[in-house]
Design a protein around this ligand. Structure first.
Ligand code: ATP
Length: 265
């Protein structure tokens, strides 16, 4: 079976000359929850945007469900992106914000309404359909943004540090909700984060990146069958995995500096 997304020998050099991605090989399998983590500037967002086809690669091959990007968007091959900023329309009610992707596809409002309600219920916001963004907390705004991504029933969810701006308590709660949502539905997810605790809590595979040039340094696997709940967060196993990953991140950071010396003498 083809991976959901496959990248082979993918490089990205920006017009400024910055080599954001050295050759990257990555195959994302159905149902995986992958986190991208690594030092600032190592190309996490760039890699996510290449996967989203927001950035075309400079070299290499990317395939979505075994085909080129023109096939993405059809039933069974849908992708959605969640940014760090919830980017809600302030003048529109929550339900209208969430309906936006369906409006853009010209889905009739009567057909869209149950999908909008279901997406909002998935993120625990079934009771604020008629609210405006200004009436929501930061966590609720982000949940609305996630509902807007879920409303198209994506097969691949891409998230660029979605909870980075939230307080730790809200973030932990949203992590728990995301884990439940993604694992229960077998939703393939790629998630950029700066938090190794968040990466361990959420992921079935953590990709550790190094910088100068941006590249994959290593990966860390976590049993997808583990229940992502408070008991897991407090367990010795969790602490052990965080220590392992922290060690790998330290090595990636050293490799970053070694790489920087090599690339920019
Ligand atoms: N649109 C762009 N044009 C030029 N250079 C860019 C662009 N986007 C990113 N870069 C550069 O590419 C490199 C990788 O950036 P990227 O944002 O992917 O890293 P990151 O790992 O996500 O960083 P951070 O953790 O700080 O968010 C950086 O040197 C950055 O300055």
């Amino acid at each position: 079976m083809s991976p959901v997304v496959g990248l082979w020998g993918v490089e990205k050099v920006f017009g400024s000359g910055v080599r954001a991605l050295a050759p990257v090989d990555l195959e994302i399998q159905p149902g995986e929850f992958i986190s991208l983590i690594g030092p600032s500037g190592c190309g996490k967002s760039t890699l996510l945007k290449v996967i989203a086809s927001i950035h075309p690669p400079t070299a290499g091959l990317v395939r979505w469900w075994g085909r080129d990007f023109t096939h993405v968007g059809s039933e069974g091959h849908r992708m959605a992106f969640v940014f760090q900023d919830p980017t809600l329309m302030p003048w529109a009610r929550v339900e209208d914000n969430v309906r936006l992707p369906l409006d853009l596809e010209r889905v009739p409002v009567s057909t869209a309404a149950p999908q909008v309600r279901a997406a909002l219920e998935q993120v625990g916001l079934g009771h604020v359909l008629r609210h405006y963004p200004a009436q929501l907390s930061g966590g609720m705004k982000m949940r609305t943004s996630i509902a807007r991504a879920l409303v198209t029933r994506p097969d691949l969810l891409l998230m660029d540090e979605p909870f980075g701006a939230l307080d730790e308590f809200t973030r932990d709660r949203l992590d728990g909700e995301m884990a439940r949502l993604c694992y229960e539905n077998g939703l393939t997810t790629v998630f950029v984060t700066h938090s190794l605790y968040e990466a361990v809590f959420l992921s079935s595979r953590v990709i550790v990146m190094a910088a100068n040039p941006g590249r994959i340094f290593g990966e860390y696997h976590i049993d997808p069958a583990i229940r992502r709940d408070d008991a897991f967060r407090l367990s010795d196993g969790f602490a052990h995995m965080c220590r392992d990953l922290s060690q790998m991140l330290t090595e990636a950071t050293h490799a970053t500096f070694a790489g920087a010396e090599g690339v920019n003498p």
